[in-house]
Design a protein around this ligand. Structure first.
Ligand SMILES: Cc1cc2nc3c(=O)[nH]c(=O)nc-3n(C[C@H](O)[C@H](O)[C@H](O)COP(=O)(O)O)c2cc1C
Length: 225
């Protein structure tokens, strides 16, 4: 495979992975992946955002608190808006298709609320990945900062994959910004963007058979003039 084909393969093969082997990720390898991700471009080369690997008792306590808040139905004001509200029907259909792909792989039916909740709760354990990252952005960045950081996040996913690792971004973490700041000792000026699970995929896990699709090119690309 030439390098162009290899890169296309990498893009096509990347998946969000939601179950991991317990195999640890070497610290040097994690640092290498982060450094590669940071090769992402950014406006004025500001390179916004930070990544924190949360581990040990801090991780355990954070996860327990996240699960407890979620089970209690606690609600916080998020640091940024993600989805359009209300969600237009075309996007809602994509959202439903993604959920069906996930729950279908797990054999969880539409009316199995407990099954869906159990999977959702896995977010707050970073899917038990050996590396649990929390991604932050200074509060005074606007949309451009999120755009820059998004490029770095994708770079991280691809760099990890090229090294035989897998990832899943965890936007669900952004539902509890104050709780996360408290557990990580962060200032209120650190906005919580998302979590990221990283590790070696468990190939036998049903959840990792999830296959999402993409809309047709003519839905997002047109030639004008
Ligand atoms: C910023 C971001 C946040 C996400 N948050 C979650 C999440 O909280 N939980 C989850 O299971 N998947 C999450 N995902 C994964 C998406 O559901 C997934 O990327 C999408 O369905 C396409 O599937 P694929 O990544 O396997 O191609 C997130 C993805 C991104 C980019």
């Amino acid at each position: 495979m030439n390098s162009s084909d290899a890169f296309s393969h990498l893009l096509n093969e990347r998946r969000s992975v939601r179950a991991y082997l317990p195999t640890p990720v070497a610290h040097d390898l994690l640092c290498e992946v982060l450094a590669l991700a940071r090769r992402a471009p950014s406006g004025a080369n500001l390179q916004p955002g930070t990544f924190m690997a949360v581990q040990g008792a801090t991780r355990d306590q954070l996860c327990a608190a996240l699960v407890q808040s979620w089970r209690a139905g606690a609600q916080e004001k998020e640091d940024y808006d993600y989805f359009p509200d209300p969600m237009p029907l075309t996007l809602r259909r994509r959202q439903v298709a993604a959920a069906q792909a996930l729950y279908g792989a797990l054999g969880v039916t539409r009316d199995d609320r407990a099954g869906r909740d159990a999977q959702f709760e896995r977010n707050f354990h970073f899917f038990d990945a050996p590396v649990a990252l929390v991604v932050t952005l200074p509060h005074d960045f606007g949309s451009g900062g999120y755009m820059d950081l998004g490029m770095t996040l994708y770079g991280l996913m691809l760099a990890a994959q090229a090294k035989g690792l897998a990832t899943c971004a965890i936007g669900a973490m952004a539902s509890y910004p104050s709780l996360i700041r408290k557990h990580l000792g962060l200032a209120a000026t650190s906005h919580i963007v998302c979590g990221m699970a990283l590790g070696y995929a468990d190939p036998a896990a049903a959840v990792n058979q999830t296959q999402t699709t993409r809309c047709a090119l003519d839905e997002y690309f047109q030639v004008i003039g």
